[in-house]
Design a binder for this molecule. Structure first.
Ligand code: THU
Length: 155
């Protein structure tokens, strides 16, 4: 498996990653985030080149809020069951601001990424902007959640 790649500038990413980041940016426009005003977009590329996007969805009953990553992963699994998820990009910005901020995925989303990675037996690459303002490409969701609990623990 490839190692972790890190780039200072978005332009330096490979074409596919850049494409997904741009689609994640578009998806953030449809985030429903009136409470946090933190707009997150996520884009998934399937192995057959299908694109799926999603934004975070908040609710007046705060605990019901759903991160963009899980919105798009659940949409992908529901609409394209059994298809291989190749790569996911995540971006975030504050309301009415163009500048992107770090979106390094919460633990719950990391667990869900790993679920799909485990069942498809193929790594999912994750592209995200870190707090250090680097674009990082993780070759597998497992890099984001070491010592994880997954279905293999249940056997
Ligand atoms: N959020 C995401 O969509 N993804 C993340 O990786 C972190 C947080 C959302 C959840 C909530 O709607 C808002 O951002 C603030 O936490």
């Amino acid at each position: 498996m490839k190692g972790i790649l890190s780039h200072e500038h978005l332009e330096d990413l490979d074409a596919e990653s850049k494409y997904l980041v741009h689609k994640a940016k578009d998806a953030a426009q449809h985030a429903h985030a009136p409470y946090s005003k933190f707009h997150v977009g996520a884009a998934i590329l399937l192995a057959d080149d299908t694109l799926i996007t999603g934004g975070n969805q908040e609710n007046a009953a705060y605990p019901l809020c759903m991160c963009a990553e899980r919105v798009v992963l659940y949409a992908s699994s529901s609409a394209h069951p059994g298809k291989i998820i190749k790569k996911m990009a995540v971006i975030a910005h504050k309301k009415n601001q163009k500048e992107l901020v770090a979106a390094t995925s919460c633990g719950a989303c990391r667990q869900v990424m790993l679920e799909y990675e485990t069942i498809q037996k193929r790594p999912i690459e994750i592209v995200m902007l870190t707090k250090e303002s680097n674009w990082v490409i993780f070759p597998s969701a497992s890099f984001l959640l070491p010592f994880s609990f997954n279905q293999e623990n249940l056997i």
